[in-house]
Structures are given as C-alpha cells and as structure tokens.
Write a protein that binds this ligand. Structure first.
Ligand SMILES: [Zn+2]
Length: 249
C-alpha cells in the first residue's frame, strides 16, 4: 500500500523527543512522502533542514495567515524571496484565517500575502496548500482572480456550496483523519472526483481520538474512504498516491 501525507508539521516541538522514531514508524507503515508545511520563517528553515536529512520529508514553505496578520507584509515579502531561492516542493501553509475578523489591516495584509503566494506558486510551478478558516469566499475569489493552477484545499470545512465552487475551480482536497467521524468531510469524499482527493493529517493536530496525531494515521482515513466509496483500502491508497504524484511531481 502506497501512502502519503500532504500536510503535517513534523518540525513542531511536539516531535522533538521522538522525531526519528515517528519517521521510522511512517516508513514501516508504507508512507512514501510527507509534505511538511512551514508556518513562519523559523519553521520554514527547520523544515528545510529536516528535508535534507530525511528523504521522506518534502519541504513546503509558507506563512500561516494568523502570523501574517501579526508580523506584517514586509516580513512576508522578505520570506517570499527566501522561499523562491530555496526550491520549495510546495507552498504551504498559506491562505486566509478570519477567526479573529477580516476587517482593516489584518484582512488586507492576509489577502495581499496570499495573492503573492499564489503568484509565486504559478511562477515556480508548485502546488499551494491552502488553509482557509471562515474565509472560504475570499480564498476562492483570490484563487479565481489569479487563476491559480495547482491548489490543495487543506481540511476544507466550508459550506457545501463553497466546496462545490472549489471543486468546480479544479481544486484538490486533502482529507484529514477526522473523516472517520465528521459527516462534512465524508460528504466531501463523495462529492469530489476521486482523482482530486489526497491524504493529510495536520500532525500533531486534528487527531480523531485526541492527543498527538502522526502521519501513520492516514491509514484510518484510507479505510474510511474505502468504506464510503465501496473500494478496497489498497485501491484507495494507490489511487490517492497517484493523485499526489500527478499534482506534486
Ligand atoms: Zn496545518
């Protein structure tokens, strides 16, 4: 069974104690690629360093939208230059987060930063891994305006109408392990073409049973997706791995 995880944060301190062991477990579980997403300048550098040590780790560099609002556009622009010079495998985590409101400079800075990430992604020909919280409308507007080409919606929890719009724009969706229990994600699995589904964990977050999540849990998603679509886990894992290859390689 060929497995992958397009959205994890293995650079986070939650893995400092046992990162090597976690990676060995991933290898033993059949995971062939883990796209580790940076969230700010120090995280991006750590992701790069990890990717140089571990062939399993593919480096995505980004700027978490909440950090964009805190740090300001100048820092984001300096980071975009660093990212462009360091051969990202993908751009993430990027996007918009309106949890604390979309008004004024907070929202403006996030939207401008996201627009620049979309443009960089197109220029480099790499996928964008998009975080969107209470901001799906604006995320989709920007993707459409900029004619983004390779887009992965990470843990998409927007309304069905918005999910359909993202689907119709050609986005792929990475399905988190919460699919084992959340009806909203199960609906996505049934309504997005199979060739645009991917696997993710957001490890260490979004564990279905609480506690720390790790990439090996993508197996739980594979089993659930197989059940939802009437396929075998083997078929699901291999099909979704081909999707990963088609989009990222
Ligand atoms: Zn994340």
């Amino acid at each position: 069974m060929l497995l992958h995880d397009v959205h994890a944060h293995l650079d986070f301190s939650e893995f400092d104690e046992d990162r090597e062991e976690v990676l060995k477990d991933c290898e033993a579980a059949g995971i062939k690629a883990i796209v580790v997403n940076g969230v700010n300048p120090s995280s991006n550098r750590k992701v790069l360093e990890l990717s140089r040590k571990h062939p399993l780790i593919k480096p995505a560099f980004g700027f978490y939208p909440v950090h964009v609002a805190e740090e300001g556009l100048e820092k984001v622009r300096a980071e975009l230059a660093w990212i462009a010079a360091n051969k990202p495998f993908a751009l993430g985590e990027v996007g918009l987060d309106y949890k604390e409101g979309d008004g004024g400079l907070r929202g403006d800075a996030q939207r401008e930063a996201f627009r620049e990430f979309i443009r960089l992604g197109k220029r480099l020909g790499v996928p964008l891994i998009v975080h969107s919280r209470k901001a799906e409308h604006d995320v989709l507007d920007l993707l459409e305006e900029e004619q983004a080409e390779k887009v992965v919606m990470h843990c998409f929890m927007g309304k069905r109408r918005l999910a359909e719009r993202a689907r119709d724009l050609g986005c792929s969706f990475s399905i988190p392990v919460l699919v084992v229990k959340l009806e909203q994600l199960q609906w996505l699995v049934r309504h997005v073409p199979l060739k645009r589904l991917l696997l993710e964990t957001d490890a260490p977050y979004l564990s279905p049973g609480g506690g720390r999540n790790t990439p090996v849990n993508v197996r739980l998603s594979v089993e659930k997706i197989a059940e939802l679509l009437g396929m075998t886990p083997e078929e699901v894992a291999n099909q979704l791995f081909m999707n990963y290859q088609r989009l990222f390689l």
